[in-house]
Structures are given as structure tokens and as C-alpha cells.
Design a protein around this ligand. Structure first.
Ligand SMILES: CC(C)(COP(=O)(O)OP(=O)(O)OC[C@H]1O[C@@H](n2cnc3c(N)ncnc32)[C@H](O)[C@@H]1OP(=O)(O)O)[C@@H](O)C(=O)NCCC(=O)NCCS
Length: 220
């Protein structure tokens, strides 16, 4: 498998595959319930915002996995809201017409903007928003390679630490983060589900050399 990982603005076809992977890989998440059309616009916005990025692992023309990151959830959401409020807001409102969905939507937005109230750490602001590897590419090191590229992205931006949140009951993602240098920082409830917040301290590796620009191209 020849994997090439890049952070940039993916084309429409790639963004569509990223959206589908999100929906399949994080099937129970609220954002997945909003559909691949909504997710495509959201990931396009995340890739364009100066406060975030999407790393895509390509195996030929097929997306093998992706990771979305932000330097500041609050700044990213507010940048996206100002530019995409109509394209994202309209389908969002249509999908949230039931009181239960509206509550989930408000909790999801509230988590991004008011993390302190959820008992989630306010430092660091940088966060790994999502990471998904295609089912047929799992357990081959693609996820680990994506984390390497995410670390490199944050190191270049002078970020010392970043966090990620996952369902405490999901043994695969918890063991994935632990085996990639994250440490459990906090537990909290979101949508009545127990969540684990992990932190990765990049300043623990002060001498870590930045890989050269071709490091994102690899054969697994
Ligand atoms: C979590 C996920 C991204 C891992 O991607 P991956 O490419 O399969 O992971 P890697 O092959 O790089 O594995 C790295 C390490 O993670 C751990 N790991 C990966 N899959 C595992 C599994 N099924 N069971 C236990 N540990 C696992 C192992 O420690 C592994 O190291 P090893 O290969 O030396 O044993 C992938 O399973 C996935 O997309 N899951 C669905 C989406 C999701 O849960 N995302 C995270 C929450 S947003």
C-alpha cells in the first residue's frame, strides 16, 4: 500500500470520500446524522480555515484515512460561522427540527465554544477533531502515520500540546491514542456518554527533528 499524506485543500471528490468515511467511522456521532452533504461542506470549511486543517491519506485515488485538526476550536467555529452560516446553517436547522436533535446540536456547539463548562481542559486550545481510517486499511499503520503528520503540523505552528476526545467505552480508539503517546487527562459526560480527554505533550520532545517535506509520503 503506497500512502501519501497531505494537509491542504482537498478537491471535491476527496472531500466527498472524507465525509463518507466520517459518517461510516463515527457512525453514532451527532454530525454523522446530518448527512454527507453537510459533512462535505464542513470539512471543506475546516480545510480552508486558517485555524484548522485536514490531513488526508491517499492510497492512489482512494482516501485511506484522514485527520482533522484545529489550533483553536473557538476561532475555527467563529471563522466558519461567518463564512458558511447559510450553506451549513440551513441544512443544520432543517435536520434539527426535533427537540431531541436541537438539544444535541446545542450541546455539540456548546462543547466547541464553552469547553470549560463541560469540565474539559481550556489548555491547550489545539485539538485533533476527528481521525478515521477506512475499514480495509486499518491495523496497517495508517492511523499512526496520520498522527505523525498531525504532530508535525502542530510543531510547525509552535503548538506544545493538543487534545483529543473519544468515547470512554471505545476500546480501539482509547488503545490507539495510548499507543500514540497521548495520556488520559480527564473524563466527562457529553450527550450523557462518558468521554475521555487525552493530551499529547509535544514539548516532551524538544529535540524532535521535523521530518523533511517528503516524510508524508510512505509505503506501508
Ligand atoms: C482508531 C483508528 C483511527 C486506528 O487507525 P489504524 O490505522 O487502524 O491504527 P494503526 O494501524 O496505526 O495502529 C496504531 C496502534 O493503535 C492500536 N490499535 C489500532 N487498532 C486497534 C485495535 N483494533 N485494537 C486494539 N488496538 C488497536 C495499536 O496499539 C496499534 O499499534 P500496533 O499496530 O503496534 O499494535 C481506526 O480504528 C478507526 O478509524 N476507527 C474508527 C474511527 C474512530 O474511532 N476514530 C477515533 C475517534 S474520533
Amino acid at each position: 500500500m503506497e500512502i501519501r499524506i497531505t494537509i491542504g485543500e482537498p478537491n471535491e471528490e476527496t472531500i466527498g470520500q472524507v465525509a463518507l468515511l466520517h459518517q461510516q467511522g463515527i457512525a453514532r456521532g451527532f454530525l454523522s446524522s446530518l448527512g454527507t452533504g453537510f459533512l462535505s461542506i464542513l470539512y471543506k470549511a475546516i480545510s480552508r480555515s486558517p485555524y484548522s486543517g485536514v490531513a488526508v491519506a491517499m492510497d492512489g485515488d482512494t482516501v485511506a484515512g484522514f485527520a482533522a485538526v484545529t489550533l483553536s476550536t473557538k476561532k475555527m467555529y467563529s471563522w466558519i460561522f461567518r463564512r458558511y452560516w447559510f450553506r451549513l446553517g440551513f441544512p443544520f436547522i432543517i435536520k434539527c427540527l426535533s427537540p431531541e436533535k436541537l438539544m444535541k446540536a446545542l450541546q455539540t456547539i456548546g462543547y466547541g465554544l464553552l469547553r470549560k463548562q463541560y469540565g474539559v481542559t481550556m489548555r491547550p486550545c489545539a485539538e485533533l477533531l476527528s481521525i478515521v481510517v477506512a475499514k480495509n486499511c486499518r491495523k496497517k499503520g495508517v492511523g499512526r502515520k496520520l498522527i505523525d503528520v498531525v504532530d508535525e503540523f502542530f510543531l510547525r505552528k509552535k503548538v506544545e500540546a493538543y487534545c483529543v476526545v473519544t468515547n470512554a467505552a471505545d476500546s480501539v480508539s482509547n488503545s490507539f491514542y495510548l499507543s500514540n503517546g497521548f495520556r488520559l487527562n480527564k473524563k466527562f459526560h457529553h450527550h450523557k456518554i462518558l468521554m475521555n480527554e487525552y493530551l499529547k505533550d509535544l514539548h516532551h520532545f524538544p529535540g524532535k527533528p521535523l521530518p523533511d517535506r517528503n516524510a508524508a509520503e510512505t509505503t506501508l
